[in-house]
Design a protein around this ligand. Sequence first.
Ligand code: NAP
Ligand code: MG
Length: 400
Amino acid sequence: MAKIQMKTPLVEMDGDEMTRILWQKIKEILILPHVDLKTVYFDLGLPHRDETGDEVTVEAAEATKQYGVAVKCATITPNVQRMEEYHLHAMWKSPNGTIRRILDGTVFREPILCKGITPYVPGWKKPIVLARHAYGDIYAAADFTAAEGEKVYLVAEDKNGNVTSRTLVHEFGGAGVVMGMHNTEASIRSFAHSCFRYALERKLPMIFATKDTISKIYDGKFKAIFAEVFKEYEAAFAAAGITYLYTLIDDAVARVMRSEGGMLWACKNYDGDVMSDMVATAYGSLGMMTSVLVSPDGIYEYEAAHGTVTRHYYKYLKGEETSTNSVATIFAWTGALKKRGELDELPALVDFAKKLERATLTTIEEGHMTGDLVPLFSRPGVTPQKLSTEAFLLSISSRL
Ligand code: NAP
Ligand code: MG
């Protein structure tokens, strides 16, 4: 069989630790035998980020802007301990944060469902795709403690330093705490565009929620901007047979719990932080969660939602057998290949990606899986069997 030819290359961002090992094996075992893979390669592994003063991350993001579709391996976000472990020149920022800032994108997290792995919420039959607004609010706030008798104000100054408004937050009868937070119209608008665009692309009904009954100006602004941006998408939503619902956050939580899934849930920053962990846990393993960064102008970067699986990597380094789930990383590749295939009008590439997804799920459904899934699996007549990292990939390959 001739290999499938690509037109435009994918931007490929390599990463760290166990996922770097998976990355190589997925390409070798599952992709290269079938696809004449074209990529523009960037090594975002921590040693190379350090050597380049993190320039490589910026270059990879710029290339993603140029080519439109990227696939990224999980990467280490350095902390004090990693500084010592890797003898770093600086505590480099999170690559995902850097890429997100450059692309001005929104992250959509989506669980991968298969037969035999039942969500903790039994009513959830379809994926719930969660979008988190990753800018501002409490994540970029100023806060401090206030002492008894203090009055705390919010004060605004114009460019020349003249006070334009002064609002009393609280007069403290006893000690307390204060926080000032912000968001920007531009960021909220970008977030709205990314969400409506992605809902349309995936043909998923969409929910957005805030607490605008309490936070009339702050959350009210989110509600108003979403309503305004939705006007541009209303006709397309109707044509696609999907709906957009704005509601209060507590009502949204109740609706999502009662639903059978199959929706895009757009969340403010804090709601998204909390709810994404709840949704991910309810669907099973971190190894079964993908994530895609979508910019408001339609640039896509695919990756697994989990990290570099450090504990497994240390075992691997000691020569011990590992059983690391590669499903989310495989789906990052298939997501990127499908998107590239659609944009370049290469049905063979789209078809290959779909077959690879099917082969991966069938492997699990027939009882062959990595260790993390074994305790979650239950299917009449099928006894789950734990495979090593590599044996799982070979098992998928034989079905493919
Ligand atoms: P993690 O790599 O997601 O792993 C946490 C634990 O979850 C693992 O130890 C493992 O549990 C389980 N797990 C996650 N993915 C799995 C998989 N594919 N197969 C089987 N089990 C899996 O998170 P972390 O330990 O908090 O972070 C490790 C490194 O990843 C950090 O340096 C962090 O900066 C980085 N990180 C990167 C990204 C990203 O690039 N998007 C995201 C998050 C974290 P057991 O050990 O119990 O088997
Ligand atoms: Mg969280």
